[in-house]
Unconditional design. Structure first.
Length: 283
C-alpha cells in the first residue's frame, strides 16, 4: 500500500511543479526518512527516471515511424506538426544526457571539475561560498555512479523495468479513447490514430514549462482530437484533464498526508546489511 501512496504523492508533486520536476526530490526525501541513504535513494529514483525516459522515447519513436506522415498531412500549414519533432528531440537529448551522467565519469569530470568549479570562482559567485556545497554534490554524484554501476549488471531488471514503463505509457495514451468511447463517439478504424495522437500530445506536453503543462496541454489536446471529433472534443478534453491531472492532485495530496514517515526499515535488517557492506569496504 505504501508503494501506491508514494507513487500518488510523487504524481502530486509532479503536477504542481514546472516540467514535473518535484516528484523525484520528494522520493529521495521520503526514502531517506524511511532509513534509506541518500545515495541509494537517488540511485533508485534516477534509475526509475532513466527507464521511464527510455520507455517514453521508444513508444514516441514508434508512433513517429508509424503515423508521423499521416499527421504531417493533417496538420499541414498549421506549423504545429514540428512541435512533435521538437518534443521527441528534447526527450531523446534529456534521456541521453541522464544516461551519460549516470555511467560516464568523463562527462562528470567535464561538467563538475572543468566547467562548474571554474564558474563558481567568478567574483560575482564567490560570495555564495559554493565550494563546500560543490564538494558535497560531487561526492554524491560519485557515490551515485558507484551504485548505478552495480545496478547495470542486472540487465534483466533493466529490461523488465523498461517493459513495465512501456505498458504504463501505452495505458496512459489509451485514456482519451476510453473517454470518447464513453461519450458515444464511434472509434471504428480510429484506434491506432487516436493512440498515436494521444502520444503526440504527451510528447509536446513534456516540455511545456508550466505546472502540469497547464495551458499547453489543453490547446494541444484540442488541436489533435479536433481532427477526429467535433461535438465532443471539449467534454472529452475536460474529462481527460480531470482524470489525468486534477484527480492526481487530489489523490496525491491525500496520499501525501497519510504516508508512513516512520523509520521502520530496520524490520527488514536494512541497516545491518549496510553495516556489513561498510565493514567489507574497509578490508
Amino acid at each position: 500500500m505504501d508503494c501506491v501512496r508514494v507513487n500518488l504523492a510523487t504524481q502530486f508533486f509532479n503536477a504542481i511543479t514546472p516540467f514535473a520536476s518535484g516528484g523525484q526530490p520528494f522520493q529521495v526525501v521520503y526514502f531517506h526518512s524511511r532509513g534509506i541513504k541518500v545515495k541509494d535513494s537517488t540511485s533508485i529514483v534516477v534509475m526509475n527516471f532513466i527507464t521511464y525516459s527510455i520507455a517514453f522515447v521508444i513508444v514516441g519513436l514508434m508512433c513517429l515511424i508509424i503515423k508521423y506522415s499521416y499527421f504531417h498531412v493533417l496538420l499541414e500549414g498549421s506549423g504545429y506538426r514540428y512541435l512533435i519533432l521538437v518534443g521527441i528531440s528534447i526527450n531523446i537529448i534529456v534521456t541521453l544526457f541522464t544516461i551519460s551522467l549516470a555511467f560516464s565519469k568523463k562527462l562528470y569530470y567535464i561538467l563538475i571539475e572543468v566547467l562548474w568549479k571554474k564558474i563558481i570562482r567568478w567574483p560575482i559567485l564567490r560570495r555564495f561560498h559554493l565550494d563546500e556545497k560543490t564538494s558535497q554534490f560531487s561526492k554524491m554524484i560519485l557515490d551515485y555512479q558507484v551504485k548505478i554501476s552495480e545496478l547495470k549488471q542486472n540487465w534483466f531488471l533493466w529490461f523488465m523495468t523498461i517493459l513495465i514503463h512501456i505498458i504504463r505509457v501505452i495505458i496512459f495514451a489509451i485514456i482519451p479513447l476510453i473517454i470518447f468511447q464513453a461519450l458515444g463517439e464511434n472509434l471504428t478504424g480510429l484506434w491506432l490514430n487516436l493512440i498515436v495522437a494521444s502520444m503526440f500530445v504527451d510528447i509536446i506536453m513534456s516540455y511545456v514549462p508550466t505546472p502540469g503543462a497547464s495551458g499547453g496541454a489543453e490547446g494541444v489536446f484540442y488541436l489533435f482530437f479536433n481532427l477526429f471529433f467535433k461535438t465532443m472534443v471539449v467534454p472529452g478534453l475536460l474529462l481527460w484533464r480531470l482524470i489525468t491531472y486534477y484527480l492526481y492532485i487530489v489523490a496525491g495530496f491525500i496520499a501525501l498526508v497519510t504516508l508512513n514517515y516512520q523509520n521502520n526499515l530496520k524490520d527488514l535488517n536494512y541497516d545491518n546489511v549496510y553495516d556489513i557492506e561498510e565493514e567489507n569496504s574497509f578490508e
